[in-house]
Design a protein around this ligand. Sequence first.
Ligand code: NDP
Length: 532
Amino acid sequence: MDVGDKNPIREVQPAVVKSEAPDLGIPPEACLIEGHAEPCTVVIVGASGDLTQRKLVPALFNLYLNAGLPQPFLIVGCGRTELGDRGFRDKMKKGVSAAPQRLDSKWGEFAKSLFYRSIDYGDLPSFSALAGYLKEKDEEHGTGGNRIFYLAVPPSLYKDVAHVIGRSGLAVENENGNGWSRIVVEKPFGRDLGTAIDLDRSLHDHFEEHQIFRMDHYLAKETVQNILMFRFANAIFEPIWNRRYIDHVAITAAETLGVEHRAGYYEQAGVLRDMFQNHMMQLLALTAMEPPSLFEADRVRDEKVKVYRALRPFPVEKIQEYLEVGQYGPGTINEKAVKGYRDEPGVNGDSLVPTFAMMKVFLDNWRWQGVPFYLCSGKRLARKLTEIAIQFKQVPHSMFRQTLGEHITANRLSIGIYPDEKIILTFQTKNPGARLCLRSVTMDFEYNQNYKGPILDSYEKALIDCILGDQMLFWRQDGVELCWAFLTPILEECETCRERQAMLLPYAAGSCGPGLPGKGEGFDRLMESMRS
Ligand code: NDP
């Protein structure tokens, strides 16, 4: 695989940063919430777990601190564990990392809206009792019967839980004391095309599409949302955003973390299901899609779906030309020795699950014909980095060729998603001095520059959108199915092929991924941004 020209990021020297914006006197809070949020109850099913303590309740608490929640507002946690209201409140407080003075003064008030019910997941009487309990809470607090059911249980339970919610009458809207009713499912949405369709059928047994929120928190990251603003609120980028000017696009999502405490899940998923079916495909769609006629949920999602339809299927017989997979071995991260994947607790000693993948994909449409998109993601890599790099083509003719030769480093635009929330444009300038010499410089924009207001993290944004009923940042089922249809043959080939073991390339934890003999050059270039 060759990703084209030398990555200029490593050579650049910072130039002047210009991104002053006029202060229009708009209070920063004005950007926090759009629309009217109605009183409601968030029912978290599986509330004794990690996601609820680390992400959901802290996000709701932060929204509360920024006056971002409707009033009245309740959280009802449910699970098999016997916690009680007090036990639940204490457990949730431990997950919140707000400044201590804010935690002390505001947590007590917020915690009054937290309740806990013990339930059995597949059990109808248990959920019928929950329905009665929620009605009582509505009457007591005035939450109007509006409810969000957030499934924070392992994916194997989604169908059963959705089914009993439906059977107990809680999915019905505007009847029997119910207001609106929404269900949130976390990724993964199935483990292949067949199971994704099956899950969707089960959800639709009781819920309409407008009630189903397929959560991918990546989409709610500020910098991910900004891709569309950057592309479509500026006139200067769109004319060059195509095959005529762009050589290739590299989308990287690298982590330094290993599987941590999620080995059970990861052993079933691997990097292709964990990252490619969802986050990587979303970043691809946002980079490649056509401008929608209106910034509205279905029009935006229609355009994304067109990108997925344009994905050129992999020729599976030539899979190794398009896909590299690897697995991390022991190594060093931040000067600390770390275990290899197969030595992690909960992982099979002879596991063939990939923790790294790099994929070359093409989109068969007018805008992108012939432009490779390189998607790369892995665990235990040298650097934590999520970015989209747009590599432009060489100048068509160099008038400096007599002094500088034909080759001039081409322009590159990097959209940093995380942790560097930056947009960096690299271009050539003359080096000061008598000799004709070029150098690569950058023009940088830091996403939070000149902004002092509250910033919503991805779960906060997704939760508030769900409360507002806005599905823009949630997957639609046709998109889910198209991505699975693209990936399923690849997964089958990887998982069943006899040569699979040979395909899985080892790499040391803390490195830039597997060395690829004979194919390493292009790959190494892509990885240079990780080293810089
Ligand atoms: P957990 O493994 O912590 O499980 C959540 C709760 O589900 C547990 O507290 C437990 O509650 C119940 N549960 C767990 N295993 C079983 C089982 N085998 N049978 C019945 N009940 C079980 O999950 P997380 O909180 O980490 O994640 C919840 C969902 O969100 C999952 O689908 C996950 O894939 C997804 N997700 C999680 C992320 C994270 O950062 N944690 C990130 C992105 C997605 P009890 O015993 O009280 O019934």
